[in-house]
Design a protein around this ligand. Structure first.
Ligand code: THU
Length: 160
């Protein structure tokens, strides 16, 4: 018989976003505002991300699509790469992500794609500190303690 191995993760669901710790409520609100920067004529799906640096500065991003579909970029990577390029060496404390359909007000549950998880993980390793991940969810905001917790069996520089 093979040995069964369970890979699991845990998050906290805040049904009342006013109770989010630290700057959580502000950050999810900034992510919602950031959706306005989405350029998503192909999917009609607007994603916003907002991250907070150790000095309290907030960096936002939104998905940018392209007629050559794979050339587009997700909201999370647009925010984290901008922070990497412009705030090198500053720790990222948390990132919030949300989404809505074009022309609709309702914010939707969203979960970072695999490429964004991998990209965010790199920064968690560089800074040797967790980046909390706040996700718009059905009935509240989900808070994961780290990017690593969203990426079991991760591939990183130790794998090389
Ligand atoms: N997208 C993001 O920006 N972040 C995610 O975590 C998931 C997907 C974008 C990519 C594309 O512009 C649109 O959403 C539909 O996939």
């Amino acid at each position: 018989m093979p040995e069964k191995i369970v890979f699991s993760t845990t998050a906290n669901l805040y049904k009342n976003e006013n109770l989010l710790p630290n700057n959580g409520k502000m950050l999810i609100e900034k992510a919602r505002e950031a959706c306005q920067g989405a350029y998503s004529p192909y999917s009609n799906f607007c994603v916003g991300a907002a991250l907070i640096l150790e000095d309290g500065e907030v960096v936002t991003g939104a998905n940018q699509e392209n007629a050559a579909y794979p050339s587009g970029l997700c909201a999370e990577r647009s925010a984290i790469y901008w922070a990497g390029a412009n705030h090198k060496g500053k720790k990222i404390k948390a990132i919030a992500v949300t989404a809505h359909r074009t022309g609709e007000d309702k914010f939707l549950a969203v979960s970072p794609c695999g490429s964004c998880r991998q990209a965010m993980l790199e920064y968690e390793h560089i800074q040797e500190g967790n980046i909390e991940v706040l996700l718009e969810s059905d009935g509240g905001v989900l808070v994961f303690p780290s990017v690593a917790s969203l990426l079991p069996l991760q591939f990183d520089k130790k794998s090389l």
